[in-house]
Design a protein around this ligand. Structure first.
Ligand code: ADP
Ligand code: MG
Length: 709
């Protein structure tokens, strides 16, 4: 639910409630995108606005609810003073499912948006954090790093990945946990080892969700039994990991529930009520009497069956029970003639008849009333146990959360060991300095060896990546971003050494044609997203621009790309990665020291072109496109013609870019130093007067400014 001031969330199955204060419209949109609620509960007014501004079909189901004064009072009584959006949400839940709906709520938590590394929904999508462009889990970052054993752990991992931290201390606390498990990867005297823990965890299952089911009005005995079994496994784990700082009240509550359930419930319990018994004898004296009566009654039926067989001489005669007809004596048609007079026909089957007798009817009445009484009392016991469980739900959720965390930590430790990740060292305002960096997803999917890269980048620098398609430009840019996300969620990273800054926002813009799967993506969307980036960029942001400007004509696109690149450079001190096929942009590096030309290297051994995927300094050789075409077997006539077109285009391009420059500096700008630098090299400072020197400096500055184009 949300209103002007608050966005509130309620996870009905786990009883989790949290809210964000003063979230902007953009923040709301991002929260909805990342948390994907199943249903939105709005005020009538906001619902109208929401529905009229909604552009796409799908998305959450939209309801509206106005809490009454009584609603407000009863919610406040349970959870204390909370924002209106929370009250709306919880009173709606109660109105739909009754008071049980919110009984498992531990606390209403206020969360801060700014505590996390912010990624807009499109960044999460571009970096394929939760799913690939094709909408598949496999191939996503989450899938690549997920080694959790419980669904509670998996949900927590997903949450951590979507909300990486900003606070160094909290990041290091998480790292510390992972380091502990890596150091104790194998069982030691101190700790049971990652593999042992993971085995235990997989037996625990999903405590949160089980509790959620128990909150539901139609919870059945099996829900409670399996919760208890989960808790029992958890307690075994807790006993083996005493060094862990467990919630005392959580462990106590788990203990109590396990002993309560194991003394009350039979080892096997039914899914439905009033069919099979499930409460143990000895649990409650009032019930025991009826347990005896029902068991005796059934013994009496067996005795009657024996007696009737003897009296009639029909060995196959049997007395059975069903829901519709109650108890009956069944005799197959072959023995029809032996039926005694006192048998009363009840039902005819194709090859048998069913009867009753006065004695059987009398016994049946006794048994059925005992049975009904026993069910009644068992159901009361169930209700009682259920209430006790729900009353300690808050504590159980606490300790279940700790097991889920242990699941996340051990699985990240497992991942780090399995795939040789390293613990990054983070600090504010640090450089990005990583050696042996890999892409966590692609390295797992690639049949060939993934080529690791070293990258060093100061705050304020922009890397301009040029080079042909398929050279690995997009990949290395995503590597930097995913590495940063993993580091700030507290995980290890796929590298051999990593020193990283703490980033506050990651922005990505992937050019239209590079994300074909987006379908709707048009040049317009590209520009809207770019505008959004520049509106919210900060000095601690990481910005990734991949093939910007592709969606429009060459000169149009190139001009925009250049203007965007210049703006990135102008917005001092964020970290930028900019991949482009507009080779012309490499010139900017000549006049702006914060732009670093770089390319993904390619070996060209006598026409044998090979992608090396190594990041190198400097601009790429620009005719690789034609080279690649030649390798691909395009007829020579075409590639030769392309070459000559390229050459003439280059000449034209030069005359355009140099039209402002003086003739005497007409050098090849692509290949050599800029004009002002050559001029500077040639000047004889010794013979100048101070005024001449000053004038010279002014002219040199003009020259440099022209060069910047
Ligand atoms: P570009 O953006 O330059 O067109 P991509 O980044 O999309 O290139 O990379 C193209 C393909 O090259 C990737 O799908 C991957 O298979 C392979 N690749 C990229 N980087 C590496 C690497 N470091 N090691 C091995 N293969 C790589
Ligand atoms: Mg690319």
């Amino acid at each position: 639910s949300y209103d002007k001031e608050t966005v509130a969330f309620f996870e009905a199955t786990t009883g989790e409630v949290f809210y964000f204060l003063s979230a902007s419209d953009d923040d709301k949109k991002d929260l909805l995108d990342s948390l994907r609620p199943a249903e939105l509960v709005l005020s009538e007014e906001i619902k109208k606005i929401y529905l009229s501004s909604k552009k796409q079909v799908g998305g959450p189901f939209v309801s509206s609810y106005e809490p009454s004064g009584d609603d407000v009072n009863s919610i406040v009584k349970i959870v204390g003073e909370v924002p209106a959006a929370v009250i709306r949400l919880l009173s709606y839940a109660v109105s739909m499912q009754g008071a049980d709906a919110i009984v498992a709520i531990t606390k209403v938590e206020k969360r801060h948006l700014q505590k996390y590394l912010q990624m807009r929904a499109n960044t999460v999508k571009h970096l394929e954090v939760l799913e690939t462009y094709a909408g598949e889990k496999q191939g996503s970052l989450l899938h690549a790093i997920d080694r959790t054993k419980t669904s509670t752990g998996a949900r927590k991992l997903r949450q951590w990945l979507l909300f990486p931290l900003l606070d160094l201390q909290s990041i290091e606390n998480r790292q510390q946990q992972i380091t502990f498990w890596i150091e104790n990867f194998n069982p030691s005297t101190k700790s049971p080892g990652v593999k042992v823990i993971r085995d235990h965890l997989s037996n625990i299952g999903d405590i949160e969700r089980r509790l959620g089911k128990i909150c539901h009005p139609n919870a059945n005995p099996r829900d409670i039994l399996s919760l208890s079994q989960s808790l029992e496994e958890g307690l075994i784990l807790a006993a083996k990991t005493k060094f862990y700082n467990y919630s005392e009240s959580g462990i106590r509550a788990a203990d109590q529930i396990v002993s309560l359930v194991s003394s009350a419930f039979m080892d096997e319990v039914p899914l439905h009520f009033n069919k099979e018994y499930f409460i143990k004898k000895g649990f409650q004296s009032g019930l025991d009497e009826w347990i005896d009566l029902t068991t005796n009654g059934e013994d009496k039926i067996l005795q009657m069956e024996e007696a009737e067989r003897a009296a009639t001489g029909i060995a196959s005669l049997k007395i059975r029970y069903n829901q519709v007809f109650g108890y009956y004596i069944e005799v197959t048609n072959t023995h029809k003639d032996k039926i005694p007079k006192n048998y009363i026909r009840k039902q005819t089957l194709t090859n048998a008849e069913r009867y009753t007798t006065d004695a059987l009817q009398e016994l049946e009445t006794k048994i059925l009333s005992a049975r009904a009484k026993r069910f009644e009392l068992e159901n009361a016991v169930f209700k009682d146990v259920k209430e006790k469980v729900l009353r300690s739900a808050a504590h159980l959720i606490d300790v279940a959360g700790q097991w889920a965390e242990m699941d996340v930590y051990t699985s990240l430790a497992y991942l780090a060991t399995e795939r040789k990740y390293v613990r990054p060292s983070l600090a504010d305002n640090k450089k990005i300095k990583v050696t042996g960096l890999r892409h966590p997803v692609i390295e797992q999917m690639l049949k060939e060896v993934f080529v690791p890269n070293d990258i060093e980048m100061s705050s304020g620098e922009v890397f301009l990546l040029t080079g042909p398609n398929m050279a690995g430009k997009s990949t290395i840019m995503r590597q930097v971003a995913t590495c940063q996300i993993l580091a700030q969620m507290g995980a290890y990273v796929p590298a051999t050494m990593a020193e990283l800054p703490i980033i506050d926002r990651i922005f990505t813009r992937i050019g239209a044609s590079d994300s074909l799967a987006e379908g709707l993506s048009t040049f317009m969307v590209e520009m809207v997203e770019t505008a959004e980036i520049f509106n919210s960029i900060t000095p601690k942001s990481l910005v990734i621009m991949d093939e910007i400007g592709r969606g429009t004509s060459t000169f149009d696109g190139m001009s925009l790309a250049q203007a965007i690149l210049e703006e990135m450079l102008h917005k001092n001190s964020s970290y930028g990665l900019f991949a482009t096929h507009y080779h012309e942009l490499t010139r900017i590096a000549q006049t702006n020291v914060r732009l670093k030309n770089a390319h993904m290297s390619i070996s060209d051994n006598g026409g044998d072109l090979k992608f090396l995927y190594k990041l190198k300094e400097g601009a790429a050789n620009k005719s690789y496109g034609i080279h690649v075409a030649k390798l691909a077997g395009l007829p020579k006539s075409i590639t030769e013609r392309a070459k000559s077109i390229l050459e003439s285009l280059e000449k034209e391009g030069r005359s355009i870019t140099q039209h402002k420059q003086m003739d005497l500096f007409s050098q090849d700008v692509e290949a050599v130093s800029p004009a002002w630098m050559n001029e500077l090299k040639a000047v004889e400072v010794e013979g100048m007067t101070p005024i001449q020197a000053l004038n010279y400096l002014v002219s040199l500055k003009d020259l440099a400014n022209n060069d910047a184009l």
